[in-house]
Design a protein around this ligand. Structure first.
Ligand code: AGP
Length: 610
């Protein structure tokens, strides 16, 4: 979704802003723009399409100045066009915005009634006019005017504003959309996400909802919207810039698939030990007694994170013997869910900022549920709204299609299920130790899988003309089927469906013919034979079977056109392995088609609108 970068420093800011916006490209966008104090006032450059177009426009125009704001827009109100691209201006003011102003229609009518002429279809332009109007009506400076303007709007926003009357000042504010401040030598920056300013800033401050900050080269002053001062010291983060670069890979998605062994290892580190059933989880906010009293686990998540949650459900029920359900976060409010004492809501979100998941967390919280966040971004909104957090340590994930965040979510949730099982006495120490050892072998096994891309590439070639694909699995392989289908459709735009293998005969079998690739996830697990029967049913209808199977499984090999092998492993950890070849197939399917793998059309990395 939209990305914001702001810079107040001593060097020319346009290249810094473009560099920051490039690092936010993964969020998804369709136009971009900058507003810079040039000494002649504020100058604006905007362009439709990718950042290359903005860079071209900048080459044709000198844009000096050391204070400015930049934006990538993901269209919500008004189609992608230069007139709708941010920044939006009114009088001396220029504004960029991420989020949605929910009362925009009423405010627009009001402003038009006062004679304001709009030059875009966006909700953001309203903010620019409100700020300019406040200045015209006596607000003493930009900061005061932004406060007045934000008092009128409802909805979600992160904004950055500049005024030609205050050449050294940027005012930023946030409500339900992410914004982080960064301190550098001789500069202060702000951005929608840490990677955008990681190359420049040393320390970071996360702005909270309802807060506003005034940035100058020399400092940042944070207050609440009502003016109450906020003291929050900047803190360093343990991400390094190399993790946010492609590091020799052609795409972030490829790099992130290959980073999975390291990311899973980092997520397990300090929490489990070889040969031991003792699990250490700090910061989850659940005591041993509370663990014993848990009566139900209720997962909320979206997209890939919801698939990870579905695997988590199997583990929680199997290991901790607690009933568990998974709810797509965007649906929670419409169900009017009933939460009771002993309910534990687990919110899974790599970004920690997904608006639907955050809304579900808030809805659960008001009904008195205890909430645990599983997130990758430290101190992001969902962990902050929860009672405790179980962080994954995947490092920044830039590719829009989630890969390493998915497998680290799985690793974290398996560890949590083991912890809960031990705390509740449903899992023996020996069984926990066996699972731990299997889990500790996973990074090495993933490494083998990730480096053997040739077979996945061959499958992508062999199926390149397919217009649709079916993914089947049973048990924990079912969510992996869903995830395999999601990965393929996200990056290659091939229609794909994931199904519980046993459900195939109830409908999707009608699709099976000699043109339909059917990806069967059938590793050696308790469901192996049953899944194999489904594979037989596909073969009997001349369907093309691509199997994800355990190394050396001849029964599967006899039925499949292609076999993508995984090493033998304890069945508990199979989801962490079977997904890797599916990620690779999706990746190669997209690159073969010449598609933008890291920023698939219409998609955003962090979905900050509901
Ligand atoms: C994953 O490949 C997707 N791009 C998407 O489904 C994503 O998982 C979803 O938007 C949830 O994001 P979150 O994990 O940041 O909450």
């Amino acid at each position: 979704m939209c990305g914001i970068v702001a810079f107040a420093g001593v060097t020319t800011c346009a290249p810094v802003l473009v560099e920051g916006l490039r690092r936010l490209e993964y969020r998804g966008y369709d136009s971009a723009g900058l507003a810079v104090h040039t000494g002649r006032g504020i100058e604006i450059v905007r362009a439709v399409g990718k950042l290359g177009r903005l860079a071209e426009a900048l080459q044709k125009r000198e844009l000096p100045g050391t204070v400015g704001i930049g934006h990538t827009r993901w269209a919500t109100h008004g189609r992608p066009s230069e007139r709708n691209a941010h920044p939006h201006t009114s009088g001396p003011v220029a504004v960029v915005h991420n989020g949605i102003i929910e009362n925009h229609a009423a405010l627009r009518r009001e402003l038009e009634g006062e004679g304001v002429v709009f030059s875009s279809d966006t909700d953001t332009e309203i903010v620019a006019h409100l700020v300019a109007r406040a200045l015209a009506c006596g607000a003493t400076n930009l900061e005061a005017a932004v406060r007045v303007a934000l008092g009128r709007v409802t909805g979600a926003y992160a904004i950055a504003a500049v005024s030609s009357n205050e050449p050294d000042v940027i005012v930023v504010a946030k409500q339900d959309s992410p914004l982080v401040l960064g301190r550098a030598d001789d500069a202060w920056l702000a951005a929608s996400d840490i990677p955008a300013i990681l190359a420049r800033a040393r320390d970071f401050v996360l702005l909270e909802d309802g807060e506003l900050a005034v940035l100058r080269r020399t400092g940042a002053r944070i207050t609440k919207l009502d003016g109450t001062p906020v003291e929050r010291a900047p803190k360093p983060v343990d991400w390094d810039i190399d993790q946010a670069e492609k590091g020799g890979f052609s795409h972030f998605m490829a790099k992130e698939i290959h980073e999975q062994p390291r990311a899973v290892e980092a997520t397990l580190r300090g929490r489990i030990r070889r040969g031991s059933g003792e699990i250490t989880l700090d910061g989850i906010g659940i005591s041993g007694d509370e663990a014993k009293a848990v009566r139900r686990v209720y997962f909320v998540a979206c997209g890939t994170s919801a698939h990870a949650a579905m695997v988590g459900r199997y583990w929680i029920e199997q290991l901790a013997r607690v009933p568990a359900t998974v709810e797509i976060a965007s649906e929670v409010r419409y169900r009017e869910p009933v939460f009771e004492e002993g309910d534990l809501v687990v919110a899974v979100s790599q970004s920690g900022e997904t608006a639907d998941t955050l809304a579900a967390v808030k809805a659960a919280k008001t009904r008195g549920a205890k909430i645990l966040a599983v997130a990758n971004v430290l101190h992001s909104a969902i962990p902050r709204a929860s009672d405790g957090a179980l962080y994954t340590h995947a490092g920044p994930e830039i590719g829009v299609a989630s890969t390493k965040c998915f497998t680290t979510q799985l690793a974290a949730m398996l560890v949590f299920a083991l912890w809960l099982g031990r705390a509740r006495g449903t899992l023996t120490e020996a069984d926990a130790a066996r699972a731990v050892d299997a889990l500790l072998r996973v990074p090495g096994q993933m490494k083998e899988l990730a480096s053997d891309g040739a077979k996945a590439e061959a499958v992508a070639h062999a199926t390149r003309d397919a217009r649709s694909a079916l993914f089947l699995g049973r048990g924990t392989a079912f969510p992996i089927a869903l995830e395999g289908a999601l990965k393929l459709k996200e990056v290659s735009y091939v229609h794909a469906e994931g199904y519980a293998a046993g459900e195939m005969k109830h409908g999707p079998i009608a699709l099976v013919d000699r043109d339909l690739p059917v990806f069967a996830i059938c590793p050696k697990d308790r469901n192996h034979e049953k899944t194999l029967s489904n594979v037989q049913e596909v073969r009997a209808r001349e369907g093309r079977v691509i199997a994800i199977a355990t190394h050396g499984d001849r029964d599967v090999a006899a039925l499949a056109e292609h076999v993508l092998e995984i090493p033998e492993a304890d069945e508990l950890v199979l989801p962490l392995l079977t997904v890797v070849p599916l990620q690779l197939v999706a990746y190669y399917a997209a690159t073969l088609r010449g598609l933008d793998v890291d920023q698939p059309r219409n998609l955003a990395k962090t979905v900050t609108v509901e």
